[in-house]
Every structure is written in C-alpha cells, then in structure tokens.
Write a protein that binds this ligand. Structure first.
Ligand SMILES: Cc1ncc(COP(=O)(O)O)c(C=O)c1O
Length: 397
C-alpha cells in the first residue's frame, strides 16, 4: 500500500527527472552514464565474498546523479537492495515502481513517519528501544510484521544502539512479536584512512567491537549483517559479512588513496558547459571579482556558462582546469555566480558555443571529483552532492 503525502510535504512534484536528450539551449549540464554504474556494480559484486549482497546507496538523489536512473542501472548490475537517507527519498523510489528492499539510513523516530515507512514497505534504521516499540505497535495494529534493521554504534558516535547495552537491548527486542529484524549493522568512521588495516586502527577496533557483539547474540539466519561502505569493502573480504552498502564506488570512484589491483571503476558523471563569449585582454589586465588573476601576456579568455549557483565551489577559483579536445586549459580569476573564465590563449579551436568538459575524461585527460576535493579541501562526496538542479541531468546511453 502506498501512502500519499500532502502537497506541502510532497517533493515528488518538484522531481525534474533525468532527460533523454540534451535541450540545445542548455548552457551547462551533467551527463550520467548508466552503463558505467551497471559495470561498476558488476565489478564490485565480483570482488565480494560468496553470498554477500550489494546495497546501492542512492541517497541525496543518487549522489547528485539522479536516484531513479542510478537505481535502475545498479539493479541491472546486480544490486539487491537500495539505501536512502530519508523517508521521502524512499517513497520517491517506490513511486517509480522500484520494488527491491529499501533501507532508510537516516533516523525516523516519530510514530507518523514510521507508519509511512511501514506503509511504503521501507525498512527503517532503528537505534533505540523506544523506536522498536513504535514499530512493534504499528506491526500489531496492521497485523503484519514491521521489517527493520538495527544499527549499533561501534565508534562513529552517530546513530545506533550504544554498544555496551546492545546485548541487553537485543534480548528485549527479541520479545517484540510484531517486528522482523532483517538486518543488524554498523558504520565505519575511518575506513578510508591510510592506517585502516593496522591492527590498532580505529577501523579494526570498530570491526572487533562489532564482531564481539555479534558473537554474544543469537542471530537467526535470515538476519543480514553489514558494516562496510565503499572504503570498508575495498579493505578486504573480512569486512563484507552478508551485505555491503556502496555509494561512492558505484559512481566510479575509489575512496582509498592506494590503487587497488584490477579495480577499474568508470566515473558515471560528466560535467559540461558551453562557451558563451570569447575575448582577448592585453598583458597586465585583471580578471573577474577581486582581480585575483592578472594576465602576464596577451590572453584569450573563454567565458563559460557555469558558476557557483550551479554548485561549482567558489573555493576552486584558479585551482582547476577544464578539458577541450583532449587538452587542458586553466580556469582563471574568481568563479562567479553564473560564469567562470578560462585561459584559452593556447587554443585554436575553442569558439563561442564550444562545449568544455569540467569533470570526466577525454582521451588521456581526466578530471575527477577526487581532484576537485583535494584542491578545495573537501571530500568527493561533497563535490558530487553540491550540483544544483539548474544543471539538468542527461543520460548518456
Ligand atoms: C550508513 C551509510 N552506509 C553506507 C554509506 C555509503 O558510503 P560510501 O559512499 O562511502 O560508499 C553511507 C554514506 O555516507 C552511509 O551513511
């Protein structure tokens, strides 16, 4: 049974959806390669230990790629469950007819919300006995067990039962007759750090704590145990348990600094913008707000139709390149709200209307959100989630 939200709550109305064909008037856009998602998922599943499932994490609109599109290709690649952050993200996927299990990774604690969760066949993450009680009452009222995942905090200090009380709490939860525990999980806080595999690392401590807890409780065979995000999964099969929850890597990026043998993930996202204007300035002329760049020669500039209102961090000003015809060109001066400026003095083929590549690959030139993250002192996850709706998502294949 699906439940309708009232208009005020319903963000389905504002769903733009991915476009099949690029509107020729579009000034800048994101292309999403569904085949890349599918093949990344297949490749990751091939690395998993036997009988381990892959949950595709498609929260935040599929890390900015379009959750519906990503889900479809992730399922094609073999993902057997989906992870979202919010109730509405889950409802949205259900409204598109996606019917595999969906886990809401964020916390839902109000009776009304848990009821909506139940009615849309979404599984909540449960972190307390009081939340369990609400779920149990809902299951009882509707004569159907409420499927849930229990989360235990092993060191992230975010959601989850407190680890030193979990064994007692678990005994109480087992007495609730109207809930069905589908999973028990925890979340790694430092799996992408260089020391993650060292015996005394925080990651190993979390893993050990999780394993000790699991040994102390009686886990029925249908309960899925899961711990790893992308980084955790890539650390090795002892992190795999029954399922892994993979976000970043299905989109084509390795969160670990080290290169993993035989792993060739393909970025699914291409960010592009058109040249709106070309001008030449003399030597010694300042460019853009604050005149942070001053030309040291006669300089040809391309003005690109993309800026921080599209989600390009202003902090990247003067630190990035863009690609055209397999060549790199430096972005110069401050990135402005709607435009950015690129030094194309060395180009012979860039004209008004040319398309420039900001993220993606062309020949042997690649620029990735991982590069942007390093240059702007953030993480690739934040780069991907920053892109605004003014950039339409267009499917490549
Ligand atoms: C609980 C949980 N599991 C899994 C993931 C996926 O993480 P990643 O994108 O690093 O694979 C996230 C993302 O933040 C998460 O919050």
């Amino acid at each position: 049974m699906q439940i309708r939200l009232n208009n005020q709550d319903n963000h389905l109305d504002s769903y733009m959806g991915i476009e099949g064909i690029l509107d020729p008037t579009q000034r800048s856009w994101i292309e999403v390669d569904g085949n890349a998602i599918e093949s990344n998922v297949k490749q990751l599943i091939a690395m998993l230990k036997k009988n381990c499932q892959l949950m595709a994490v498609v929260k935040a609109d599929g890390y900015g790629h379009d959750a519906k599109f990503v889900s479809e290709y992730a399922i094609k690649g073999g993902a057997s469950q989906l992870g979202v952050a919010t109730l509405k993200e889950g409802i949205k996927l259900r409204s598109f007819g996606i019917n595999i299990p969906i886990l809401v990774l964020g916390n839902i604690y109000r009776n009304e919300e848990l009821l909506i969760c139940f009615k849309n066949d979404l599984m909540p993450t449960i972190s307390s006995i009081s939340e369990c009680l609400i779920c149990n009452n809902i299951g009882k009222k509707y004569g159907k067990k409420f499927n849930i995942h229990l989360k235990v905090d092993t060191g992230m200090s975010r959601l989850g039962f407190q680890s030193d009380q979990f064994v007692d709490d678990f005994a109480k939860i087992k007495s609730f007759e109207n809930i069905l525990i589908k999973g028990i999980y925890s979340h790694l806080s430092t799996a992408d750090e260089d020391d993650a595999l060292d015996a005394n690392s925080n990651t190993q401590l979390q893993m050990n704590k999780f394993k000790i807890l699991l040994k102390k409780i009686n886990i029925e065979k249908d309960i899925q145990i899961h711990l790893a995000n992308s980084a955790g999964m890539l650390l090795g099969s002892n992190f795999h348990f029954d399922m892994v929850r993979i976000g970043l890597s299905i989109y084509g990026y390795n969160p670990l600094k080290k290169i993993i043998d035989n792993l060739s993930l393909k970025p699914a996202l291409y960010l592009k913008a058109k040249v709106a204007f070309v001008r030449t300035i003399r030597k010694g002329v300042g460019v853009s707000y604050g005149k942070k760049f001053v030309s040291n020669r006669e300089t040809k500039l391309a003005i690109l139709s993309i800026g921080y209102a599209d989600g390009i961090l202003r902090n990247l000003s003067g630190k990035i390149n863009v690609i055209h015809n397999k060549k790199l060109y430096p972005q110069v001066g401050s990135i402005t709200m709607d435009q950015m400026i690129v030094d194309i003095t060395d180009s012979r083929d860039i004209v008004v209307g040319s398309t420039m590549l900001l993220l993606g690959s062309d020949g042997n030139k690649t620029i990735s959100p991982v590069d942007w993250a390093e240059q702007s002192n953030t993480i690739p996850w934040e780069i991907l989630c920053s892109f605004k709706n003014r950039l339409p998502r267009v499917q490549v294949n």
